[in-house]
Design a protein around this ligand. Structure first.
Ligand SMILES: NC(=O)C1=CN([C@@H]2O[C@H](COP(=O)(O)OP(=O)(O)OC[C@H]3O[C@@H](n4cnc5c(N)ncnc54)[C@H](O)[C@@H]3O)[C@@H](O)[C@H]2O)C=CC1
Ligand SMILES: Nc1nc(O)c(N)c(N[C@@H]2O[C@H](COP(=O)(O)O)[C@@H](O)[C@H]2O)n1
Length: 223
């Protein structure tokens, strides 16, 4: 499986404010770019923190659906994936509507009753990991469902875990021209943080878009 992480951050590396409310960092051109990455993916993944904060839908706009999905030979929207150890995704979340298949990666800590409630609400529930979702096991289960290209949209906890699990092939970051600040505001990579064996990146492209810049990297291993 090929994994591309895409996120939008302020110049000081924040994905949203300390209130964790959805913050519009991207402009129109960048949202079009995000739609193209979504369209090229078999599935788009977020953490449950993002679902609870943003209630995202993670589908394509009409134009992207028409042009990009057709170009890639696959009609409709990519599947959606939530990383959700204890099954906290609300059963009325937008991500569980019938616009596309939604996989919930849960851990064994999610009770069978909760798993059934989520399945009844439309989710395909996959158990990976004991206490927390194991992203290596979870992504290989997704590969078994035919997902060869996965886009990770965030948030900061899940992006960090994807790097820690060593599953990221490519990173694209839109850096908007604003300062958010706040020691408790989510950043591109939160979690415990690395103290050694930092993921090293190879800068492949720099593009000015809207009033910001898109930085594209291949992941080069750890050093
Ligand atoms: N600017 C941007 O591009 C984006 C911004 N956001 C923002 O990010 C914030 C949400 O980010 P976070 O709070 O960091 O939540 P998150 O979306 O990264 O979800 C983290 C949660 O996922 C669950 N989880 C289960 N297994 C896990 C694992 N192996 N590794 C990590 N998490 C695991 C845990 O409950 C954890 O608290 C919101 O404010 C949202 O608006 C989210 C996506 C994109
Ligand atoms: N690329 C990007 N730029 C921003 O400025 C953002 N706030 C986000 N947020 C992400 O987009 C999701 C919302 O998706 P829908 O529009 O509901 O499909 C949100 O949950 C974040 O993952 N992204």
């Amino acid at each position: 499986m090929y994994v591309v992480v895409n996120a939008a951050q302020s110049v000081d590396g924040k994905l949203s404010t300390r209130r964790r409310e959805q913050l519009r960092i991207s402009g129109e051109e960048d949202f079009d770019r995000v739609d193209r990455i979504r369209a090229a993916a078999d599935a788009v993944l977020v953490g449950v923190g993002t679902v609870l904060a943003d209630d995202p839908h993670l589908t394509l706009d009409e134009e992207a659906r028409r042009v990009e999905r057709l170009r890639n030979g696959r009609p409709g929207d990519p599947a959606r994936v939530v990383v959700d150890s204890t099954g906290r995704t609300p059963t009325d979340a937008r991500i569980l509507d019938d616009a596309a298949t939604t996989y919930l990666l849960v851990s064994a800590a999610t009770t069978p009753e909760r798993r059934k409630e989520l399945a009844d609400a439309g989710a395909e529930v996959i158990v990976a990991g004991e206490e927390r979702v194991d992203l290596v096991d979870g992504t290989s289960a997704l590969a078994g469902e035919g997902i060869d290209r996965l886009m990770v949209e965030g948030g900061g906890e899940v992006i960090y875990s994807c790097f820690a699990a060593g599953i990221v092939d490519e990173l694209q970051v839109y850096v908007g021209s604003l300062v958010v600040g706040g020691r408790d505001a989510p950043t591109l990579a939160d979690g415990e943080g690395f103290v050694e064996a930092f993921p090293r990146l190879d800068l492949t492209e720099v593009e000015r878009l809207d009033d910001g810049v898109v930085l594209s990297y291949d992941v080069d291993g750890r050093a």
